[in-house]
Design a protein around this ligand. Structure first.
Ligand code: HEC
Ligand code: HEC
Ligand code: HEC
Ligand code: HEC
Ligand code: HEC
Ligand code: HEC
Ligand code: HEC
Length: 358
């Protein structure tokens, strides 16, 4: 059964509450001939059907069997619609289908209640009423300003809804909004251009500052996190690489270096430059190790991938590998800007740094 009255009330509410863009893909009758009723139908009248409704069109072909949850003729069968559902079958993925039924239309994000279970539905990242081909995050509530949430204008703001100030962030994770803050001594340039003007390993078009039109000096979460398949659908849905990364990144200790081990970093930082010690003169010593009995260590032992609240050069020691030295000191001291010179106070693999200088 279809409820015309309720539908009318919804349309009214909708027109009062929102001014939607003309290019909103789902409100275009050429895309969805049945309009609002495509998603707001029968048992899905209020909810819009959630993530399962989305994959009726954006999923595997056999999903069309779920079409009975939509009015006849609503499900578009277009060969150019990519299979997003398959991305969630990969080992590392957002828990969209692993933790269903937790999203609520009235929820406040970043979460304010520590007891609330975490989730990530399609609608948490894409608002079905506003999404356009140009802006897949259009209409998603982002920043909290005093007691109100306002629309996100950039991808990172969508991510901070759950990876920033959420009070239900699991203990092993850190606040990404703080890690990328422009006030930190160093950060990967997501919020704005970076602080270091001598990142000599950078591969063009990446550049410290935007000088020429082709230079890229600001990157996004999606430059590192997303689909492992270059030609697959874009987006941080799922990947066969850990942490839903686009390329492999090995974060462990006692490993051997290879183009694959740190493939993610080598997308933008020249492997030849790093292993050629162009900046830190002991890069190769640490990354390659010295022998079979003393193997190499990951970039992650010394660098945070996002930002450092303490030091320059993204230095943040991995405490499961690095410990304080005999004088109980654990710190990095820079000796002059862009001089490629500094001191480390720590113990690692039983080697005292008290300090060791370069
Ligand atoms: C592609 C599917 C889809 C289409 C088409 C669609 N909606 Fe929705 N709508 C949803 C989903 C999903 C939600 C729930 C959002 C959430 O849970 O945060 C929703 C929520 C709503 C709400 C609740 C308040 C809100 O805005 O979050 C209203 C009212 C609404 N839709 C009206 C409409 C009207 C009117 C139309 C046609 C102009 C329409 N919808 C078209 C999927 C759709
Ligand atoms: C009835 C089929 C249908 C349903 C249900 C549906 N979509 Fe779509 N969606 C489309 C079509 C058609 C397009 C336009 C694609 C194009 O023009 O290339 C689209 C475009 C998009 C885009 C823009 C990306 C692109 O390929 O241009 C996103 C993001 C998206 N949909 C997410 C969702 C989400 C999230 C839901 C569930 C709330 C949903 N869709 C439900 C059919 C559907
Ligand atoms: C609605 C909430 C939500 C939003 C928005 C969100 N995520 Fe997540 N994300 C999660 C949840 C839940 C997990 C599972 C682990 C957890 O609880 O943090 C997760 C996991 C991840 C992981 C994998 C962590 C691991 O240990 O493997 C990455 C990477 C990630 N998200 C990146 C992003 C990026 C980038 C964005 C923005 C495009 C984003 N997320 C937006 C909720 C969200
Ligand atoms: C320069 C590449 C790069 C960028 C840009 C990047 N990440 Fe990451 N991210 C990584 C790597 C590498 C890891 C795995 C190692 C680690 O935990 O730091 C990771 C891990 C994570 C994790 C899981 C572990 C943790 O540290 O909490 C989350 C969540 C995450 N990133 C979210 C984000 C969000 C949100 C953004 C954008 C605001 C972002 N990342 C931007 C490279 C990146
Ligand atoms: C954690 C956030 C997040 C979740 C959850 C999420 N997406 Fe996405 N999605 C993204 C990002 C990031 C992109 C890339 C946007 C861009 O680069 O323009 C994207 C892109 C897309 C695209 C366009 C792909 C392309 O290559 O054209 C579609 C369609 C889409 N998402 C649908 C969905 C559907 C359906 C779901 C739920 C089954 C979903 N998304 C869940 C973040 C998310
Ligand atoms: C033993 C600690 C250590 C390890 C392991 C390490 N680095 Fe570094 N790295 C440093 C230090 C210290 C600096 C700062 C040099 C300076 O004073 O400018 C640095 C600087 C850098 C810079 C900035 C300058 C430049 O060369 O462009 C990049 C990029 C970098 N490292 C990437 C990496 C990558 C990628 C890996 C893993 C393949 C890695 N590092 C492993 C300690 C380390
Ligand atoms: C998408 C491109 C991209 C990827 C992937 C990437 N970086 Fe960077 N990285 C940059 C850019 C751009 C800068 C320059 C920022 C600046 O000028 O301060 C930079 C700067 C750095 C710096 C110097 C920061 C400072 O303030 O001194 C280090 C260290 C670094 N990256 C390490 C890494 C490591 C380790 C990885 C892999 C986990 C990685 N990068 C992956 C683009 C990238």
């Amino acid at each position: 059964m279809y409820f015309p009255l309720l539908a009318n009330i919804m349309v009214l509410l909708f027109t009062f509450c929102t001014a939607y863009a003309d290019n909103a893909v789902h409100l275009d009758k050429k895309n969805l001939p049945m309009g609002c009723a495509t998603c707001h139908y029968k048992a899905n009248l209020k909810s819009g059907g959630g993530s399962v409704a989305c994959i009726t069109c954006h999923g595997a072909k056999q999903r069309k069997v779920l079409a009975h949850k939509m009015p006849k003729g609503a499900v578009v069968s277009r060969s150019d619609l990519k299979d997003i559902e398959a991305e969630f079958g990969k080992t590392f993925r957002h828990p969209t289908f692993d933790a269903p039924g937790r999203h609520s239309q009235n929820e406040i994000l970043p979460e304010v209640d520590p007891k609330v279970l975490r989730h990530a539905d399609c609608v948490d990242c894409h608002h079905p009423h506003f999404v356009t081909k140009e802006n897949r995050f259009a209409g998603v509530k982002g920043k909290r300003v005093v007691n109100q949430t306002v629309a996100a204008s950039r991808e990172a703001e969508v991510c901070y809804r759950c990876h920033g100030d959420s009070v239900n962030l699991p203990g092993k994770y850190t606040n990404k909004r703080i890690e990328f803050s422009l006030n930190n001594p160093s950060f990967h340039p997501v919020e704005g251009e970076g602080r270091n003007s001598a990142v000599i390993s950078l591969i063009r078009p990446y550049h410290e500052k935007k000088v020429a039109a082709a230079d890229v000096s600001v990157i996004s979460c999606s430059d590192c996190h997303g689909n492992d398949e270059i030609n697959g659908p874009k987006g941080v849905h799922g990947s066969r690489f850990r942490y839903i990364l686009k390329d492999n990144f090995d974060a462990s200790d006692n490993i051997s270096e290879s183009p694959q081990a740190y493939a993610l970093c080598y997308r933008c930082h020249s492997r030849t430059s790093i292993l050629g010690n162009e900046s830190f003169k002991y890069h190769s010593l640490h990354i390659n190790g010295t022998s079979f009995s003393r193997m190499g260590t990951s970039c992650f032992t010394c660098h945070n991938s996002h930002g450092s609240t303490d030091y320059k050069y993204l230095i943040k020691f991995n405490r499961s590998v690095v410990s304080p030295n005999a004088r109980a000191l654990l710190k990095f001291v820079e000796k002059g800007t862009s001089k490629f010179s500094g001191e480390c106070y720590l113990t690692c693999h039983g080697v005292e740094h008290n300090p060791k200088s370069y």
